[in-house]
Design a protein around this ligand. Structure first.
Ligand code: FMN
Length: 153
């Protein structure tokens, strides 16, 4: 039985969305469902055996190094009281090295997972600068994730 994966992402200039599209092909052998953070509710975190959260680093709230505003609204708002119940989780974080807190979204996503009783099942996928040309990195990460999940199934 392939693992079911629920991926929730936010993307303002389309970079995370592009990474998710590359990943879709790699994770085709898993039962993958993809949802935008704007459309997700607390109950959606129950979907899938595995949860992937993905977004870029933004200046949400006025200071740099924050989550994308839509992911922030979901994790710190609608989903603030969820219990992941030990669910395996993975992170996709984007950023740009022109900013001081490069890819800081990683830390916010990790904090959310740990504070809500999730477990990490893969090293975070970090995409610094535009994702175009970084497809191989994304593919390798997806393949590694599938192999880890196959071993734990
Ligand atoms: C206003 C603004 C603030 C940003 N702040 C940061 C930041 O603090 N750290 C960082 O690494 N990248 C920062 N970025 C870069 C984005 O994280 C990066 O472009 C990312 O790929 C955007 O992903 P998305 O299009 O999926 O939202 C910022 C970009 C903009 C336009």
């Amino acid at each position: 039985m392939p693992p079911s994966i629920h991926l929730i992402y936010a993307s303002s200039s389309g970079h995370t969305e592009y990474v998710v599209e590359v990943l879709r092909n790699v994770l085709a052998s898993a039962a993958l469902t993809v949802q935008r953070a704007e459309e997700a509710q607390a109950s959606d975190f129950e979907n899938g055996d595995v949860l992937i959260l993905g977004c870029g680093t933004w200046n949400t709230g006025g200071s740099e190094g924050q989550l994308n505003m839509h992911m922030d609204a979901l994790l710190r708002g609608r989903a603030k009281d969820i219990d992941l119940g030990g669910k395996p989780c993975a992170i996709i974080a984007l950023g740009d090295d022109r900013y001081r807190y490069t890819c800081r979204a990683t830390e916010h996503l990790m904090q959310f997972i740990l504070q809500h009783n999730g477990t990490t099942c893969a090293t975070p996928l970090l995409i610094v600068n535009e994702p175009y040309g970084q497809e191989e990195k994304v593919r390798k990460w997806g393949e590694k994730l599938l192999s880890v999940l196959a071993k734990t199934a």
